[in-house]
Ligand binder design. Structure first.
Ligand code: GLU
Length: 458
């Protein structure tokens, strides 16, 4: 069975880059009928763990991702790590190192003076004497001294590290007994039955160390996929400067979750030239083998484009649900469906829809000066006054408003151009809005009359 996991360190929010990693793991597990697990890597930052899980749950809920089973917390697994550290000590695959900090510093200085890579020299590797007093030892793994550590990365292909060049007997437990990062990851992935690890390629240098640990512990090494990073538009590592990094910030900015997921899946993965991927498309087509080798660029205009696409193509109820977050209940608005269909046509974000509702539903409190100057004069006002005088209160549908208006204009030898912008300004206060006849249907004939009257008085 395919078992994947998402293993964030707790930061209090879900990072968009993290969501991409989670999504890839989620898709691969789900499309294979496998499991997608969540583990909080909180050995250093245990106090943030609950908030971290809440933030991830909230973001996962919003995006419709679900993990299987219970969340694992590294901070609650100390005894498990201890047990395996003891096993390695007993089998002689790990050992206690009594080197003091001063000795380690002195060694590093010597190595630097010789222009060598700082590296532990293995002085306690085969130590059988009496340990020095007053030093709490660290635990080091006996890493291979020669040969290669190799694996086939699902994205990057065959990867090979020279043991002698790269590795030393790295620490698996600190002098206070706490296990180190690479050790906990291996124990957890092995015990959680993780078959496939899809993670950022910033972890690539950890992988040979982890493979040494899998081998020492007798665990099966999972398949690794190291995904290239996401860069900002200037080529540097994605950060706040390039846009929001907290997933929930995108909700607040009026993005739809499917637009964000579509955007993220394409940052690093593709299928032909396709741009639009619904969740079911992703589940059908995603294969981690097709993840790009090179870094991708975070391009927010692409996200906006996708968001506009999804807004335009969403159903009323779906959008109505999302708009509740912005304090607008479309189900409770008269002509809510029509209003939504007018606004979703051009909206780039849900905030545009909110602004559109405010524009149409609230009677204007002032009129845009520029628009007034450009479109309104005595003649246009006179025509509008006649229009108001003849306006029928029993008009209801868009087509009825349109038919009536065109007949009125014909009878006066005028065209829509002579009237439309004045009506628009009267109804909304400005010269940019959805179609006037649709707005009339949304507002109802009485309200239209009232607004035109107000405008003529102003
Ligand atoms: N906790 C690590 C991180 O947040 C992930 C470790 C892993 O995926 O192996 O970068």
């Amino acid at each position: 069975m395919i078992v994947t996991r998402f293993a964030p360190s707790p930061t209090g929010f879900l990072h968009v880059g993290g969501l991409r990693t989670a999504l890839y793991n989620y898709l691969y597990a789900r499309k294979n009928g496998g499991k997608f697990l969540l583990r909080i890597e909180d050995t250093d930052l245990a106090r943030n763990s609950d908030a971290a899980v809440e933030a991830i749950k909230e973001a996962f809920d919003w995006c419709g991702l679900e993990y299987d089973g219970e969340v694992e917390f590294q901070s609650r697994r100390t005894e498990i790590y201890k047990k395996y550290i003891n096993e390695l000590l007993e089998s002689g695959k790990a050992y206690k190192c009594y080197m003091s900090k001063d000795e380690l510093d002195a060694l590093r200085k010597e190595q630097e003076a010789r222009k060598e890579r700082p590296k532990y020299d293995g002085r306690y590797r085969d130590f059988t004497g009496t340990p020095p007093e007053g030093i709490e030892p660290v635990i080091r793994i006996k890493a291979p001294l020669s040969g290669k550590i190799e694996f086939d990365d699902g994205i990057k292909g065959h990867i090979s590290f020279e043991a002698a060049d790269i590795l030393d007997d790295f620490i698996i437990a600190r002098s206070d007994g706490s296990p180190t990062y690479n050790f906990t990851v291996v124990i957890d992935d092995a015990l959680m039955g993780v078959s496939d690890v899809i993670r950022g390629d910033d972890h690539l240098s950890n992988t040979p160390k982890q493979i040494i640990l899998y081998d020492a512990l007798g665990f099966k090494v999972p398949k690794f996929y190291h995904v290239a990073m996401i860069n900002g538009s200037d080529g540097s590592k994605l950060s706040k400067r390039h846009g929001a990094t907290d997933v929930m910030e995108y909700k607040r900015m009026g993005y739809l979750p499917q637009a964000l997921l579509n955007f993220l899946v394409r940052l690093g993965w593709g299928h032909g030239d396709d741009e639009i991927f619904s969740m079911s498309d992703m589940l059908r087509l995603f294969d981690p083998k097709d993840i790009n080798k090179s870094a991708s660029t975070y391009n927010l205009s692409k996200l906006e484009w996708l968001n506009a696409y999804y807004i335009k193509n969403s159903g009323f109820y779906e959008l109505a649900d999302e708009m509740l977050f912005f304090g607008i209940d479309f189900r409770g608005l008269p002509k809510g469906e029509l209003l939504m269909s007018l606004l979703q046509e051009r909206a780039k974000t849900l905030l545009d829809i909110k602004a559109g509702v405010e524009l149409i539903v609230n009677a204007p409190s002032s009129y845009d000066e520029k628009a007034m100057k450009k479109f309104v004069n005595d003649e246009s006002k006179a025509l509008l006054a006649q229009y108001l005088a003849e306006f029928k209160e029993d008009l209801e549908n868009t087509s009825e408003f349109e038919h009536f208006t065109m007949e009125f204009l014909n009878s006066k030898g005028k065209t829509l151009k002579d009237l439309a912008q004045n009506v628009r300004i009267a109804l909304t206060g400005g010269s940019v809005s959805p179609g006037i006849f649709e707005m009339m249907e949304v507002l109802g004939a009485n309200e239209v009359k009232k607004r035109i009257l107000e405008f003529l008085k102003a």
